[in-house]
Design a protein around this ligand. Structure first.
Ligand code: KG4
Ligand code: ZN
Length: 334
């Protein structure tokens, strides 16, 4: 099946054509640069930018795939979770396209799409497996029991992992988005320079919390003179990155052990973090775990993963109708 995927849940305007949930025929992702000015995503500006760029982005995806609109056999669009105004731009466009072309429409949960970003490139990855989704908006741990059956085993109590990277980068004067900047500068830093605290959850379970860590960095930075910060920026970045990675690893590995999972998928923007990958690799080799990642361009938000999830949904469930709505807090699984 040829599926056109559309993604506008946050600050990426994206469209892609995927064949049979496996082969990417085209993938166009436009990251909105204008938010850099504000150090974070401004929801209203994101919606307006999607409105301005979505039509040319979809046109480009169709052209790059060397197909016509008539060849499309289904339209998959993210309908939550995300920024409601941004979601509505993609959803309204997808509905109009579905109506005018008379092609089936399916709404996709953005988190399920992230899970499909790993499945798309790894046909050998079959459930059950554990999936860690770490991005600017999410830190979620799911047990994927079978395709379409997800059990939430952990989520963030406050900031998402990527959000913590972005906020700490801002404190360190590293710009936005912060993850790639911290990843880079941390390579020349001493990761043992400061032992930042690790959040402990009273209730047990595998939830994450990063706001205490962010505050600890803020307090540390506030005590430094500008010159001292200059000299210690890489060390602070490396120490912070080590603490975030430690929390992510500890929970993921403990959950994998409890649920007896030998396979772990890691996706979302933060999955491109080089130190996290290095640590997971070392751990998996000594503990006989298999770890799967999407390629770097599928780690960040994209529409190929939406199309791949759409292929699965349209093959196994009835399509949605034009009443389909956007849900900013849409949850996945149980
Ligand atoms: O998946 P994504 O593109 O968008 C959301 O759904 O949020 O993730 C973006 C997030 C940003 O917070 C960014 O700072 C973070 O992913 N990120 C990274 C790295 N590359 C992107 N965080 C840590 N290390 C990286 N190399
Ligand atoms: Zn995402």
């Amino acid at each position: 099946m040829l599926i056109l995927g559309i993604e506008t849940s946050c600050d990426e305007t994206a469209a892609a054509v995927v064949a049979d949930g496996r082969t990417i025929l085209s993938q166009v992702t436009l990251s909105q640069d204008l938010h850099k000015l504000y150090g974070g995503v401004v929801p209203e500006l994101a919606s307006r930018e999607h409105t301005r760029t979505l039509v040319p982005v979809v046109r480009e995806a169709i052209a790059q795939a060397e197909i016509t609109y008539d060849d499309v056999e289904g339209i998959a669009v993210t309908n939550g979770p995300g920024l409601v105004g941004a979601l509505l731009v993609g959803l309204s466009f997808a509905k109009a396209l579905s109506y005018s072309l008379n092609k089936p429409l399916v709404g996709i949960n953005h988190l399920e799409a992230h899970i499909f970003s790993v499945l798309l490139e790894h046909p050998e990855l079959v459930p059950p497996f554990l999936c860690l989704i770490i991005s600017g908006g999410h830190s979620n741990l799911y047990s994927v029991e079978s395709l379409g059956r997800y059990r939430s085993v952990g989520s963030t109590r406050d900031d998402a992992a990527g959000e913590a990277f972005d906020k700490v980068a801002k404190l360190l004067g590293l710009g936005y988005p912060g993850g790639p900047a911290i990843d880079l500068i941390a390579k020349s830093g001493d990761r043992g320079f400061i032992k930042f605290p690790k959040a402990k959850m009273k209730s047990g379970g595998y939830d994450f919390s990063f706001s205490g860590l962010k505050t600890a960095v803020a307090i540390y930075v506030s005590k430094l003179e500008e010159k001292e910060l200059e000299g210690r920026r890489a060390d602070i970045a490396a120490s912070f990155q080590e603490a975030v990675g430690g929390a992510l690893l500890d929970n993921t590995i403990a959950a994998a052990e409890e649920h007896r999972m030998a396979r772990i998928a890691v996706c979302g923007g933060v999955a491109s973090n080089s130190r996290l990958r290095e640590r997971l690799k070392a751990f998996s080799e000594t503990h006989g775990l298999e770890v799967f990642y999407p390629s770097l361009e599928l780690c960040t938000d994209n529409a190929a993963m939406v199309a791949a999830a759409g292929n699965f949904r349209l093959e196994n469930f009835p399509p949605d109708d034009l009443e389909l709505d956007a849900f900013p807090y849409l949850e996945l699984g149980v």
